[in-house]
Design a protein. Structure first.
Length: 294
């Protein structure tokens, strides 16, 4: 028998809402109600009660009452007296799910970025993405180390804070995944060829109407390339802002006293900031430069 909490994992990573107290409480209640002892005790109690009633066997009726009461009592024990342990296991299952997703994502991002390092005009953006990929992992490791010094691993608060930090990291990775995709798309546009053809058209002493259509097509491809670069710059700028805020939160955690002598409000404030930061980083992809939230 097990009381491992269920997270109903899908194919993707956990969401920010999965780390909220309400979600944790729901997981604890679900685990208590679905615990084998809860289910089997009630089921067995009903079965024994039916047999006892049919054959008028008082001892079976009494056993049925005891078993039927045992099920809800066991659920109450799990929900109210083992809340911390079950909640921590729920958060740990979210952490494992996150790590599985991140491992796949990081490999895909790195391959995509490195494939564009030698492409004309994309070297800077690809190298920036690779540097950000390394930096966000370092910053997350730093948060984990600091958190281990201030909070006890295994408690719900530790798991919530770590989960919030991982959500920020995941937001940066998602942006880098988009960067890698846009870079791959931009790499299909031969920038050198476009500039060479436009130069040839410009050098014609008497350009005719037959040159208008090629010039328009070439310029359209060049404009598309420029828009893709602007998208990449917007995403990497958002990542830089997110990582800067993450460093500020880490610095605040580092200033917390040892031995849990800081206010719980400090923890909740930091977790709320991380959740907001993760949401903003996710939203950054769709923002125009004039709508930046950082």
């Amino acid at each position: 028998m097990t009381d491992e909490p269920s997270t109903h994992p899908g194919s993707g990573p956990p969401d920010t809402s999965d780390y909220l107290p309400a979600a944790i409480q729901k997981a604890v209640v679900r685990t208590g109600l679905a615990h084998p002892v809860t289910i089997y005790a009630i089921a067995l109690g009903v079965s024994v009660g039916v047999v006892g009633s049919l054959f008028d066997i008082p001892i079976l009726v009494g056993a049925a009452v005891g078993l039927t009461l045992l099920g809800p009592a066991w659920a109450v024990l799990q929900i109210f007296f083992r809340h911390e342990a079950i909640g921590s296991r729920y958060l740990e299952s979210l952490h494992r799910r996150q790590k599985q997703y991140e491992r796949r994502l990081i490999g895909r991002i790195e391959d995509g970025l490195r494939s564009c390092i030698t492409v004309d005009g994309l070297e800077r953006a690809a190298n920036t993405g690779i540097a950000q990929l390394k930096n966000i992992q370092i910053k997350l490791d730093n948060v984990k180390a600091l958190l281990g010094q201030k909070l006890r691993p295994g408690e719900i608060t530790h798991g919530r804070f770590l989960g919030a930090a991982e959500q920020v990291s995941l937001s940066v990775l998602d942006n880098l995944n988009t960067v890698a995709s846009v870079l791959k798309s931009a790499a299909s546009i031969d920038l050198g060829y476009i500039h060479e053809r436009l130069r040839e058209l410009d050098e014609k002493s008497q350009p005719g109407q037959e040159d208008a259509d090629p010039r328009q097509s070439l310029q359209a491809r060049l404009d598309l390339w420029n828009r893709q670069i602007q998208t990449i710059d917007r995403l990497t700028a958002g990542n830089e802002a997110a990582m800067t805020e993450m460093e500020r939160i880490s610095a605040a955690v580092a200033r917390w006293p040892q031995d849990r002598k800081f206010a719980d409000s400090d923890i909740e404030s930091a977790i709320a900031q991380l959740h907001a930061l993760a949401s903003q980083a996710h939203d950054y992809e769709t923002l125009d430069p004039t709508q930046r939230r950082y």
